[in-house]
Design a protein around this ligand. Structure first.
Ligand SMILES: Nc1ncnc2c1ncn2[C@@H]1O[C@H](COP(=O)(O)OP(=O)(O)OP(=O)(O)O)[C@@H](O)[C@H]1O
Length: 620
């Protein structure tokens, strides 16, 4: 029912099919014009990296301000879908169809009655119409998108009973909003682009259908054929045939995703491993695995290994897709796409043995999908279904959010100590902008007699793993961190997030505060700012206000930061004074004393050298 369980709006580009019965038939065979465009773009030689470069070129001043045809098409699509609530043929996540989505609660857990409510959805399939006032809103765009489910029991027949038992054992009594829409779409073998708030269960939304597909009778028969071929000596047995590759930006996240797979599939049914645990150097055989969860670089190394065959890959999943399409990762992601494309070409050539129900599908997920990421995703996904829960680029509204002005840099330490002294519920995650600052803050807090630790990229993997474990177990109450823990990490009990250093972008803000208020819980986020942070104050204050935070009008009326400034802030963080309880003035005095001592020493040296030179000259 509206307002009780959420509203699903289906923006059709074709006809709605029955629940999950399409079995991937739409792939590459769709009738809609949108899908044929996608097929064309994928069959071209252009990879994601090239498309990123093209995008940069087209938006650079040198092109005289002309954007690419694709960007124009996307713009037209967004303006038409935002101006009208009628069915759109050009899907876009970036422009939810009506104002209803702007007011949607972004928890992703459904109704105002909270997670696990037993009310039904109001699914207005086909029309694309919507009624405002709905609590949570799910918008589904795509050609013949399978209908959502309401309960995990609806999956009986498509998902094997042991998996459903594992879901129940995980205490997932009802699917979250994103799971309700995405699971049937992925079970149908369709490509997906999904955007849903932080902590809304996106990991299980892709784990469940991937597991179901990998344990399907067809996939299992294929695995048995390989095992038999090895046993009969027809194949060397050296080759590893992975069935799913999941890529995430950090090792910590790959570990977390792998354990969700193991939890939902069971330890014995699927062989799940993290990319960094595989031995990939040299020509030795690679351990037999079904699911590899990896960082981009390791994923590319894995797929290009001579003893790894891509031929059995059924799923390629990108978690935190917007981060993975950023500079820094894009060339590695691009390598993976190139390998997959080469493989698909080879498969198409050998199409005699082609099994349509066992084709490679792709699924991209994030809590933040900016329009350029949507555009790039559209270029590599085929006849995809796009699902967006709540409003795009919105912080989780079950987190109460405050912005606190602390004067100067040293005011932050004082404010943090006051927060602790007044009583704050641990565990607390404290974000700073760099590892050096993380170390500095740790040096300050370690003497405060609280259970504090620090995690950053200078530590070894085992060290980081231990810290994450201790934080989860409650041995650490205050964890100081950088962006390393900013995305995807699920620390169920985190009560408070402190942005000690102001985030450099709205995306960074949304993900950081999303470390609390997860799985339908509430949370609190406190963000310190100083004069230095003024340029990004307006965008972040706007996000805070949209999530229900108390923000004065002047903050959202400040000048918008220029695009080049926003970009440079993302690349080069603000310069800040060192974190120290010694006041800056005292530090300055100390510095001045050191400088004058050095100068004095210099003068002495100079005088000595002059005297020496004089003596030498006199001797001559
Ligand atoms: N159906 C469900 N019922 C109850 N809890 C669930 C359900 N699905 C997932 N969860 C729990 O919700 C929490 C958050 O899930 P998850 O980490 O997948 O969120 P996410 O959407 O990926 O967040 P982020 O965007 O921050 O990565 C996890 O602790 C998970 O166990």
């Amino acid at each position: 029912m509206d307002g009780e369980d959420g509203l699903i709006v289906v923006k059709e580009t074709g006809k709605a099919s029955g629940k999950g019965k399409g079995k991937g038939k739409g792939k590459g065979k769709s009738k809609g014009s949108a899908s044929s465009t996608k097929t064309d773009s994928r069959s071209s030689n252009s990879t994601v990296h090239q498309k990123v470069k093209k995008r940069k070129r087209s938006s650079s001043p040198s092109d005289g301000g002309k954007s690419s045809k694709r960007a124009k098409r996307a713009q037209r699509a967004s303006s038409s879908s935002s101006s009208s609530s009628s069915s759109s043929s050009s899907p876009s996540l970036s422009s939810p169809p009506s104002s209803a989505s702007a007011s949607a609660s972004a928890s992703g857990y459904g109704s105002s009655s909270g997670y696990g409510s037993s009310s039904d959805y109001d699914s207005s399939a086909g029309s694309g119409s919507s009624s405002s006032g709905a609590g949570d809103r799910v918008t589904v765009y795509g050609d013949s998108a399978p209908h959502p489910i309401s309960y995990f029991e609806d999956l009986e027949g498509e998902v094997k009973p042991p998996i459903l038992a594992n879901i129940a054992a995980a205490k997932y009594s009802r699917p979250t909003l994103i799971q309700r829409s995405v699971i049937p779409v992925m079970l149908a073998g369709r490509d997906v682009l999904a955007c849903a708030p932080t902590g809304s269960g996106k990991t299980a939304a892709f784990c469940i259908p991937v597991i179901a597909k990998l344990l399907s009778n067809a996939a299992q028969r294929r695995s048995k054929r390989i095992k038999k071929a090895v046993a009969d000596g027809k194949t060397s047995g050296k080759t590893c045939y992975p069935m799913a590759l999941v890529v995430a930006p950090t090792r910590e996240l790959t570990t977390q995703i792998a354990s969700e797979f193991v939890k939902l599939a069971g330890r014995k049914r699927l062989r799940v491993t993290e990319g960094h645990k595989l031995r990939l150097s040299g020509p030795q055989p690679v351990a037999a695995v079904d699911v590899v969860v990896s960082t981009p670089r390791r994923g590319a190394v894995f797929l290009s290994h001579p003893n790894v065959a891509i031929s059995h890959l059924l799923w390629f999943v990108l978690d935190e897709v917007d981060r993975l399409f950023d500079e820094g990762f894009i060339s590695q992601i691009d390598d993976i796409f190139t390998l997959l494309k080469q493989h698909e070409r080879a498969e198409a050539e050998a199409s005699g043995e082609h099994n349509a129900s066992l084709q490679l599908s792709r699924a991209f997920f994030s809590a933040t999908v900016p329009s350029h990421v949507e555009e790039l995703s559209g270029a590599v996904l085929v006849n995809e279904v796009r699902v967006v829960v709540g409003a795009r680029m919105q912080a989780n509204s079950s987190v109460s959010q405050e912005l606190i002005f602390v004067g100067r840099e040293e005011g932050k330490l004082l404010a943090l100590r006051q927060l602790v002294a007044r009583g704050v519920l641990p565990p607390v995650l404290i974000f700073v902008q760099s590892k050096d600052r993380a170390k500095e803050l740790y040096q300050e807090m370690v003497f405060d007699d609280i259970k504090v630790d620090v995690i950053h990229s200078d530590q070894t993997t085992p060290q980081r793993e231990e810290i994450v474990r201790d934080f989860r177990r409650g041995k650490i109450w205050f964890l100081i961190t950088t962006e390393l823990m900013g995305r995807g990490m699920d620390f169920a009990g985190v009560a408070v997030v402190v942005n000690y250093d102001f985030p450099s972008s709205t995306v960074e803000y949304i993900h950081r505060v999303g470390r609390t208020g997860r799985a339908g819980r509430t949370g609190r986020a406190v963000t310190f700012f100083t004069e230095v942070d003024k340029p990004m104050l307006r965008p972040i204050a706007t996000i805070v206000r949209a999530a229900g935070g108390d923000v004065p009008d002047w903050m959202v009326e400040l000048a918008r930061p220029r695009r080049d400034l926003r970009r440079s802030l993302k690349k080069v963080p603000r310069r800040r004074d060192a974190i120290s309880s010694v006041p800056t003035a005292a530090l300055q005095d100390k510095d001045a004393a050191l400088v004058s001592a050095a100068r004095k020493a210099g003068r002495v040296k100079k005088r000595r050298a002059e005297r020496k030179a004089k003596r030498k000259a006199n001797r001559k």
